[in-house]
Design a protein. Structure first.
Length: 831
């Protein structure tokens, strides 16, 4: 596992970036070679610094202490960063490329490869390459002389052999070869040939044995490249520069000339930035013969292997992606936690609102139910009828009394006519002249028209005498009586004789009339009595109706109330469970958020997220990763950071103290809410369907009326065309909960409610609830129908009663005669 210290790399890259700035927009000549080959020494020489040989250490140094390229005197790489060195004497910028040997720390290797990549990116173009080889390495004539360099070239370039066309091969440290330049040349060429042969041999062996690698750290493909490369170098052996850095500048001039010769015919084209134009890599270009004739294409970044330069660089890229990934994940998690917290707060608030209205609704259930007007109105009407009925009964009784009184009078009169009270029809007066009468005879002799036997009464006051020897010859039409008196007392006496008879003409007529009256009175009395009985029956029926309706209504009310209360209680219970769950979620999200925030700031061992961001951002600025992960992280981090305070505040909330309703999200943007016809259930997030059930018992969804309703119509009365019946009806638009939510309706509202054709509406997304509602409305309608029927029966009775009364009235009006003037008063009362 490769250990990468990303912050160290970043720090070094930032530092190194300052050093590569001289390459910006320039033509570069890269100086490449193994660590210690003498790249820096060569550059100082090229820049005109005087060299001297240090006999003691067998090294070469600049005479001047201060020189642009730092020379290292041990086998550890001294140059970490690519180092472009601009010099007014050259139209290009020599670039000291650090050695790529693996004797460096992993992190440094990464820094070096990135540094070189960045230098090439910011330059105008790579004009040429100086590849340096150490002459002393060829002394051994072994593969190791070229192996490390080949590794570098293979890693660095997509096609190292093709790159030779842009390269100047330089051999260094000639002074260390006994026999000087001439021998050095010989050794070099011999060494290269031997290496070539060795490569061929090894390739053959490996191919025969069908193996990828042998004891060295090179693989078969690398042997092939090395063989090809060596062949190409040997093919242009006269171009190999043997650089004597201790000379007076001859080598310098030769190298300069050779560099100038690279792509000289195409210099005019180099105004274009290779970076932007991105021509195809050289490796895809045409054959050698053609290339000699054609200008060489530009070297672009595509000719390099920086991305997958080596495993370290790959690991580094992966590490950056990991950082971005971690960042994305953490920011995602924090944002998620805060969103969850907000959602939980929202839900809690919504539930709290629902709970408040549910509780209010619960407490207002009484008034809601008593507001059920239908039975109340009916009972009121019936009570009025009952009162009227009672009055009628009383009035009928009074009439009966009066009829009875008359009857009594008539009967009495009739009785009186029947007594034998005489009616004088003849009278004779006798005056006693004498002192006394003895055997005085008086003859009463009358003729009468009456056929009945006359009655004779003699005034007894006439004296002390008595009548004797009376011969009464009374017969029809004749009255003849002899009276003999025996009066012993003296004095005058008047004797009146009269005949009393009830059979005279006047009485007869009256008796007849009285009998008629009596019979009529009896009839009337019976009729009135029947009326009273009828009225009493009605009274009983109404009373029992009232009682039964009251009982039914009371039962319905109780049933309804119990149902609704149960619903309310269920809802309240459910809501409080939900609120508790919301609370738990809030706590959980908060705890999670706080934990994530701690991760965000990191602990002493790990990087803090802001540092990670700095690294990813700055490295991305340098390398421009083609990674959506990185791009996303940078973008997300910036947004996240901008809202960081708010996020932090959410996680630091004291959930028990804070007024959570202040934190409710604004949901007014919900377009369907504008219409207020439908609403979203804050818990399920589903749309609530509003079902309207009209008095006629037909139900429909309120949404089907949306077009007929003006916006924001809640709480108002509207006339609408019923979607099914097509009839005009009025509706108070407002759902069950909303109607009850408003504490006390204003007078206008009350008036509006009273205008409504008894429309019930209820909001729900619960089909069972809607069915229950529909059923209860259907039951109510059935009850109303029954009540109406009973009422009609009652009206029939009332009409009958009216008819009887009317008849009675007629009767009394006809009978107001002079003879029975005493009855008039009582009849008037009837009228
Ligand atoms: N005798 C002799 N020593 C040389 C010559 N060129 C370089 N050296 C020595 O080789 C050592 C390494 O030289 P540098 O120029 O630092 O090598 P480099 O290629 O830049 O090494 P890194 O930057 O580490 O990759 C130093 O001690 C130099 O003095 C040379 O031509 N002759
Ligand atoms: Mg160096």
């Amino acid at each position: 596992m490769i250990q990468i210290n990303i912050s160290e790399i970043q720090a070094k890259l930032i530092e190194g970036y300052g050093l590569i700035k001289d390459a910006k927009g320039k033509d570069l000549v890269l100086v490449i070679g193994n660590t210690g080959v003498g790249k820096s020494t060569f550059l100082n020489y090229m820049l005109g610094y005087k060299m001297y040989q240090n006999e003691e250490s067998d090294t070469v140094e600049t005479v001047e202490r201060e020189c642009p390229a730092h020379i290292g005197h041990n086998m550890h790489s001294q140059t970490l960063y690519t180092h472009p060195i601009a010099d007014k004497n050259y139209p290009w910028v020599f670039t000291d490329c650090p050695g790529f040997l693996d004797n460096r720390m992993t992190n440094d290797t990464i820094v070096t490869s990135i540094s070189m990549e960045l230098t090439i990116r910011i330059a105008k173009q790579v004009k040429g390459i100086v590849i340096l080889m150490d002459a002393t390495e060829f002394l051994s004539s072994r593969l190791t002389a070229l192996g490390p360099l080949m590794k570098i070239l293979i890693k660095l370039f997509r096609d190292p052999v093709e790159m030779l066309k842009y390269s100047v091969i330089g051999v260094t440290k000639l002074d260390q070869i006994k026999g000087g330049k001439t021998r050095a040349k010989k050794i070099t060429l011999q060494g290269l040939n031997k290496i070539k042969e060795e490569c061929r041999r090894r390739i053959k062996t490996l191919e025969t044995e069908k193996r990828e690698r042998d004891g060295t750290d090179l693989i078969i493909s690398e042997y092939k490249v090395m063989e090809e490369f060596t062949s190409a170098v040997l093919g242009r052996k006269d171009d190999i520069m043997f650089i004597d850095i201790l000379d007076d500048g001859d080598s310098k001039q030769l190298v300069t000339d050779r560099i100038c010769a690279i792509r000289s015919r195409t210099e005019a084209q180099t105004d274009q930035l290779p970076y932007d134009t991105s021509p195809p890599p050289i490796s895809t270009s045409t054959s050698n013969a053609q290339q000699d004739a054609l200008p060489l294409p530009l070297i672009t970044i595509a000719d390099f292997n920086f991305e997958d330069y080596d495993i370290n660089r790959t690991s580094f890229n992966k590490a950056i992606y990991d950082l971005a990934g971690e960042g994305n994940q953490l920011i995602g998690a924090i944002t998620g936690a805060v969103d969850q917290l907000k959602r939980a707060i929202d839900l809690w608030n919504d539930n709290k609102k629902r709970m408040t209205s549910m509780k209010r609704l619960r407490s207002e259930l009484d008034s809601y139910i008593s507001a059920s007007e239908v039975p109340t109105k009916l009972i009121n009407t019936w009570s009025e009828m009952l009162e009227e009925n009672e009055q009628s009964i009383q009035s009928e009784k009074r009439k009966m009394q009066s009829v009875n009184d008359h009857l009594k009078k008539f009967k009495q009169e009739l009785n009186e006519i029947n007594t034998d009270k005489p009616v004088i029809f003849a009278e004779k007066k006798y005056i006693k002249k004498e002192q006394y009468w003895t055997y005085h005879e008086v003859l009463f002799d009358f003729d009468t028209e009456d056929e009945r036997t006359p009655i004779v009464d003699i005034d007894q006051r006439i004296g002390n005498g008595c009548w004797c020897n009376t011969t009464d010859e009374r017969r029809r039409g004749r009255y003849k009586t002899w009276y003999q008196s025996d009066w012993w007392k003296s004095g005058d006496a008047t004797m009146t004789v009269y005949i009393a008879s009830k059979h005279d003409t006047g009485n007869r007529r009256r008796i007849k009339d009285l009998r008629v009256e009596i019979s009529r009175c009896k009839e009337s009395f019976d009729e009135l009595n029947d009326n009273v009985l009828e009225l009493k029956k009605s009274k009983e029926r109404i009373s029992s109706n009232i009682t039964s309706v009251k009982n039914v209504v009371q039962e319905e009310v109780e049933k309804d109330r119990t149902n609704k209360l149960r619903q309310c209680d269920g809802d309240i219970e459910q809501l409080s469970a939900r609120m508790a769950e919301n609370r738990r979620r809030m706590e959980k999200s908060k705890a999670k958020g706080l934990e994530l925030l701690e991760n965000f700031y990191g602990d002493s061992d790990t990087l803090k997220m802001p540092e990670k961001f700095e690294i990813v951002q700055s490295i991305n600025e340098l390398l421009r990763f083609p990674s959506t992960l990185v791009y996303k992280f940078i973008k997300r981090y910036k947004t996240f950071k901008a809202n960081f305070d708010v996020t932090k505040r959410y996680f630091q909330l004291d959930l028990n103290e804070t007024d959570l309703s202040q934190l409710s999200q604004d949901n007014t943007a919900d377009e369907l809410d504008d219409g207020a016809i439908n609403k979203k259930d804050p818990i399920t997030g589903k749309w609530i369907r509003t079902l309207v059930v009209t008095k006629a018992g037909t139900g429909f969804e309120l949404s089907s009326l949306m077009e007929q309703f003006p916006m924001n119509s809640v709480g108002s009365v509207f006339e609408f065309t019923h979607p099914t019946t097509g009839k005009k009806e009025r509706i108070l638009y407002g759902d069950w909960a909303q109607l009850n939510e408003s504490a006390s309706p204003t007078s206008t509202e009350e008036e509006q409610i009273s205008q409504v054709d008894q429309v019930l509406s209820m909001s729900s997304n619960d089909p069972q609830e809607l069915n229950r509602l529909k059923q209860s409305v259907e039951e109510e309608i059935e009850m109303l129908k029954k009540i109406i029927q009973e009422r009609e029966e009652l009206f029939t009775n009332q009409r009958q009663l009216d008819k009887i009364t009317e008849r009675l009235k007629r009767f009394t009006t006809d009978e107001t005669t002079e003879d029975i003037s005493s009855m008039e008063d009582s009849f008037e009362i009837w009228c």
